[in-house]
Write a protein that binds this ligand. Sequence first.
Ligand SMILES: Nc1ncnc2c1ncn2[C@@H]1O[C@H](COP(=O)(O)OP(=O)(O)OP(=O)(O)O)[C@@H](O)[C@H]1O
Ligand SMILES: O=P(O)(O)OC[C@H]1O[C@H](OP(=O)(O)OP(=O)(O)O)[C@H](O)[C@@H]1O
Length: 232
Amino acid sequence: MSDDKPTLTIALSKGRIFEQALPLLAAADLHPSEDPESSRKLILATNDPCVKLVIIRASDVPTYVEYGAADLGIAGKDVLLEHGGDGLYEPLDLRIARCRLMVAGRPDASLEPTAARGRLRIATKYVRSAERHFAAKGQQVEIIKLYGSMELSPLVGLSDLIVDLVESGGTLKANGLVPLEHIGDISSRLIVNKAAWKMKHARVTGLVEALRAAVEGNAGERTAGERMGAQG
Ligand SMILES: Nc1ncnc2c1ncn2[C@@H]1O[C@H](COP(=O)(O)OP(=O)(O)OP(=O)(O)O)[C@@H](O)[C@H]1O
Ligand SMILES: O=P(O)(O)OC[C@H]1O[C@H](OP(=O)(O)OP(=O)(O)O)[C@H](O)[C@@H]1O
């Protein structure tokens, strides 16, 4: 196949990432043929016959891109931190699906191990990030891997604390929990397979730059503080 018009496969998850990526893709003149919420198809065509989208679980996106089953992908930084970033480039922060990775627990929860209980028990889907966070504080903790609904864990005595994503804080509040420590700011990133970056360079970088322009055109979504920071 010539490098003039190679095919591109872009992996992303349905739900908030698809919805928030849609305007950015549209600004790069990419329009999916169907809505993944109403279609059961996992491969979606676009208006560009050389570009297709594959719709997969959010946590599977880096794997598809690493192995070259997709040339590009859109994945949350939370997912990338767990994956480790092997075989991937991460050229662009798309500034969508923004939230914070936090330690949370009951309002009276201790962040220090107690003599009675020994090591703190932390329930989370984000094992690597949680381990790294507590290790950086010099704390050995027991991590309990969960796949969702982490907020339940301290309520039923499975763990002392959780590490989870927080946006509005509504889910924590609804379950009588509070945010206790900020681990990091999360947003979705464009990721690129390393071989595709080389072999389909013109096509890939053309799309990266079109998306970069779309992200920068969304300056209205930034906070006043961020705009001031960008000027300074
Ligand atoms: N409440 C939230 N607000 C904003 N962004 C969020 C929120 N929750 C998750 N995200 C971001 O959106 C990404 C996708 O979230 P989504 O809920 O669609 O998938 P998931 O259920 O976390 O993943 P999987 O289906 O693989 O378990 C997350 O990886 C994270 O980066
Ligand atoms: O602070 P909030 O605005 O309440 O958002 C936080 C919630 O959002 C995420 O869950 P999500 O809604 O994605 O459900 P999931 O974990 O089942 O994907 C996260 O795991 C929290 O439960």
